[in-house]
Ligand binder design. Sequence first.
Ligand code: UTP
Length: 293
Amino acid sequence: MRKVRKAVFPVAGLGTRFLPATKAIPKEMLTVVDRPVIQYVVDEAREAGIEHFIFVTGRNKAVIEDHFDIQFELYDTLAQRGKTDQLDRLRALQPAPGQTSFTRQQEPLGLGHAVWCARELVGDEPFALLLPDMIMHSQESCLKGMVDLYEESGGNVVAVQECDPAEAHKYGIVAKGAEVGGGFEITAMVEKPARGTAPSNLYINGRYILQPEIFAILENQERGAGGEIQLTDAMIRLGETQKMFGFHYRGDTYDCGSPEGFVEANLAFALRRDDLREVVESVMARLAGTSRG
Ligand code: UTP
């Protein structure tokens, strides 16, 4: 069993649902409370034992690379001013030298294409894929639970969650087979099923462990829904020759690619902080009475 050492973060999307905020700032750098969205996702990967972080970026995304680098002048100023707490916090979040790699997806041709752009950096080993739009909160990180399942099951692992059945047509949906370890075998997968045809209400929530054979499939993958190269289409083909397992994640997920999910994430993460809870609760209570007026 080959260990999952590397994680891919596709951050080359245009973020059109978040314009004009994302005109010059990558949506992955929008902040939830006081950390950029991408930091939450990298921390989740680190908690799962990932050793190498691969970012598939695009134009306008250089600031993501800067975020994970040392900011020498800032560190020096903080040290001189005795702000050691802040300095320690920054250092703790920073990947070690050589732990990050960046490559560019030159055109946003879809998530499948973005993943394929990481093929040389991943090489011939299984890897984790985390969509940075989705940030999670749970006792144990979603990816950690997936890695534990993978160490029992091997193959490919996809995290799923329940959605309102009436919303299933918006997601990638899986059909559930036999239980395996802490997960289950996936017997079918469908991207955005037509209303009323979804095989379950278990949707793919943006976390994957994939075998490197996905790259050869992506190389020849034709454009699918929205004229984009779809990852789910390639995973369906991978499932013809390899096992696919589902990990039923039961924590919270926030879709920070949409304004409503982003606002919810900010409130939820602020309410979990001892230093912010009280003030946020009182602001919410006050605004709740005035929002419609
Ligand atoms: P989304 O479709 O949610 O992201 O893709 P988007 O295209 O940036 O968002 P909207 O719909 O225009 O608002 C899911 C993930 O895949 C990445 C995105 O950055 C996001 O993290 N992605 C998508 C790429 O890296 N490249 C692509 O060509 C498409």
